[in-house]
Write a protein that binds this ligand. Sequence first.
Ligand code: GLU
Length: 274
Amino acid sequence: MNREATKARTYRGRIAPTPSGYLHLGHGSTFRIAMDRTREAGGVLVYRTEDLDQSRCRPEFVEAAMRDLRDFGLSWEEGPDVGGSFGPYVQSQRMSHYLDAWRKLHASGRIYPCSKSRKDVRGALSAPHADDSDPVFSPELRPPEGTGSDATSPGSMNWRFRVPDGKTLSFEDGRCGPCSYLAGKDFGDFLVWRKDGFPSYELAVAVDDVAMEITEAVRGEDLLKSTARQILIYETLGVQAPDFYHCELVLDAEGRRLAKRTGATRLSESDVAG
Ligand code: GLU
């Protein structure tokens, strides 16, 4: 479908919380922008529960996220609690979609099984990395081309996308303007499948945004680089990416971004909550 045809489609936005803790004001702010952009465009808002990290996600957080967002004034037309024609809207119930995508990526020859541990990945860094939480996977850790080509399922392995080193991934962000990232430098081979049997965030989000016919993905600007990775997935699957709008992050009094793991105040207990 070309761009003109896409523009003529109904705007479909989404909010996609990860129920690994209570939502904080940063989520509320991003999701409200997603809702406002959907309403301005006369579109449909989808709610999707991103619960693939089964070691961190818990049912009580799934319920609390929906309750807190409704109390914050948000509403959606499609989601786990209201249905819709693109369901289920819970990632852990969408495994067949992700396995289909794994098969397509596998057939393309762009992914390989990776036995390197997190420690190996960090150890192979040639220079200290500014953002230690997101080390660039070193090409010397790659297995030869063709490794894993006879696999018929992901099995209990991590699978990585072999990025085209030196290729620039560009997109026009609705808020940040033109964005470019260099594969092999800004990010390296990234996970598409985890050895615990679930797809990575990058793969699941890309698959779901297409399956749910999302026309614009609104999310925090901490995910800008992820968008470049997801564009590689879209290209390889031969599907059109949504448009992107990355929101400014909400910072705490010390200028740090809010995070569940550092104990940010729950949205429902924030001063601004409705
Ligand atoms: N589930 C992600 C989060 O809670 C959002 C992913 C996305 O919007 O692409 O941060």
